[in-house]
Design a protein around this ligand. Structure first.
Ligand code: PMP
Length: 427
């Protein structure tokens, strides 16, 4: 007899807090039992009960080539067979650093770390060390990892569970984090005119993907750039999610904004734990061993993770890669919208490259307040009925979705047919 998701979840809860190693996996906000997966291939994955799903989570972004891409698997196997970690430099690290700096002109120096959280935390420390200032600005609903300074009015799981500001973060730490409204140009101008000389950095998701998906207005990002330059504060673009996901030039290329620092993760690790932060040479040279800002990692630049990242970045450079990915993602969002309209469901959707947002409200949101007004119950019903149909969306109304290069017409058409059935029952 096969083991069930329910059995595994019950056992997991005895040994792992909430049965999961990252909160949104728990299905707490949508209700029900999380699915335990055993295998993935291309656009699909299979749970322990043998049921298959079309995957629109892609491990929350990294799997831009789909599950178990044969070239990535081969690269990982080859690297592992030569040694899983050296704790010393390798030529492959240099190769990926050169590649990242070539693909993103704002990167003059780059350092590899193992998670987006580490990248964000290190970039903030570096910005403070460089400027000699303590205050930072972030935006409500943006998530930059679970560093204390950044876990204030955050998005993603923190928002999903209604604890956007975590317990355990000292008031004095949170006090240095100024939280403003996303896309609120006047709010940023007012804060800079009052406190500009105390602000070390502004950190922002250029396309917010942790309060569902909200696009920054060009004017918002331009204002951040201008004010940071004027007040000698650093602009940090969090491209952990958007990096090599919205296009080869990342969101900074799409918007034409040159940040002082960028944080990357997800796609650049090809499904293995790897992330990076980089940017202006004079700022990055403050890092140890060159400068006084300390930052380190036993597994930083891990050769197996670097191999997966290099192979993934090699593939996304194929001519037409992002055109096809964007087209498929648009086919999904346009298709879902027309099926919803046909069935009289209040719904909207939008895509940026290979990431998308679906909203149970009339138009795509442009602010945190607007996303909070979307119909969460309708999302939860949609999530569960689609799950029964074998379509796996993120188990939260506040997460963006992802399409991979392995998603083709077959998968998108199946998804739209399922959505038609689901919406016709007035999801
Ligand atoms: N920044 C953004 C924009 C993210 O989406 C995430 C993770 N979802 C992070 C930072 C943190 O990355 P990690 O989970 O690898 O620590």
């Amino acid at each position: 007899m096969t083991i069930t998701n329910q059995q595994l979840f019950e056992r997991s809860r005895q040994y792992i807090p909430g049965g999961v190693n990252s909160p949104v996996r728990a299905f707490k906000s949508v209700g029900g039992t999380p699915i335990f997966f055993q295998r993935g291939q291309g656009a699909c994955f299979w749970d322990v009960e043998g049921k298959s799903y079309i995957d629109y989570v892609g491990s929350w972004g990294p799997l831009i080539l789909g599950h178990a891409h044969p070239d990535v698997v081969r690269a990982v196997q080859d690297a592992a067979s030569r040694g899983t970690s050296f704790g010393a430099p390798t030529a492959a690290e240099l190769e990926i650093a050169e590649l990242l700096c070539r693909l993103l002109p704002s990167l003059e120096l780059v350092r590899l770390v193992s998670s987006g959280t580490e990248a964000g935390m290190s970039a903030i420390r570096l910005a403070r060390g460089y400027t000699g200032r303590n205050r930072i600005i972030k935006f409500e609903g943006c998530y930059h990892g679970h560093d204390d300074a950044l876990l204030v009015k955050a998005g993603s799981g923190a928002l999903t569970f209604g604890h956007p500001s975590s317990a355990g973060v000292p008031a004095e730490t949170a006090g240095n984090t100024l939280v403003l409204n996303y896309n609120d140009v006047a709010g940023v101008e007012a804060t800079f005119s009052k406190l500009g000389s105390e602000i070390a950095a502004v950190i922002v998701e250029p396309v917010a993907g942790n309060m569902n998906l909200i696009k920054a207005t060009p004017q918002f990002l331009e204002t951040l750039r201008t004010l940071c330059t004027k007040h000698s504060s650093l602009l940090i673009l969090d491209e952990v999610m958007t990096g090599f996901r919205v296009g080869l030039e990342c969101a900074q290329g799409l918007y034409g904004i040159r940040p002082d620092l960028t944080i990357l993760g997800k796609v650049i690790g090809g499904g293995l734990p790897m992330a990076a932060f980089g940017g202006r040479r004079d700022v990055m040279e403050c890092l140890a061993p060159l400068g006084p800002v300390y930052q380190a990692g036993t597994l930083s630049g891990n050769p197996v993770a670097v191999a997966a990242g290099l192979e993934t970045l090699r593939q996304v450079q194929t001519p037409g890669f992002f055109d096809k990915l964007s087209m498929m993602t648009r086919k999904l969002t346009d298709g879902l919208t027309s099926v919803a309209i046909k069935n009289g469901v209040v719904f909207s959707a939008q895509a940026v490259g290979g990431m998308f947002g679906i909203y149970f409200r009339k138009t795509p949101p442009v602010s945190f307040t607007e996303i909070m007004e979307s119909d969460r119950d309708a999302f939860n019903r949609f999530f569960h009925t689609m799950l029964k149909e074998g379509i796996y969306f993120a188990p939260s109304a506040f997460e963006a979705g992802f399409v991979s290069a392995a998603h083709g017409d077959v998968e998108i058409d199946k998804t739209l047919e399922a959505a038609d059935r689901v919406f016709s029952q007035k999801a």
